[in-house]
Design a protein around this ligand. Structure first.
Ligand code: SF4
Length: 93
């Protein structure tokens, strides 16, 4: 891949700084704040994109890279309060 420095998380996935072009991002996550109960499950499932604030509410840090789309979809499905949505996912070919 690239020799650019990246952050590797505990799962071994590496986030490459600078990979922010349209081709690198496939979708965005949106939180329905009235529905969210701040348990932070989404941040546990997708730490490259979501962190939690001091009250446990999710903070969507960046668009979802194409390589993490499947995990983002899992996080959406796993949200116990249906408070997470994927916006602008790629269309099937
Ligand atoms: S998993 Fe759902 S309810 Fe839990 S913090 Fe994330 S958006 Fe909120």
């Amino acid at each position: 891949m690239s020799d650019m420095p990246g952050r590797t998380d505990v799962t071994g996935r590496t986030d490459v700084p600078g990979a922010v072009g349209a081709a690198a991002h496939a979708a965005r996550l949106r939180v329905d704040w009235p529905a969210c109960r701040a348990r932070g499950l989404c941040a546990e499932l997708l730490p490259e994109v979501v962190s939690v604030d001091e009250w446990g509410y999710p903070v969507v840090e960046r668009p979802v890279p194409r390589r993490l789309l499947a995990l983002a979809a899992e996080a959406v499905d796993a949200c116990p309060h249906r408070a997470l949505r994927l916006l602008d996912p790629p269309r099937p070919h």
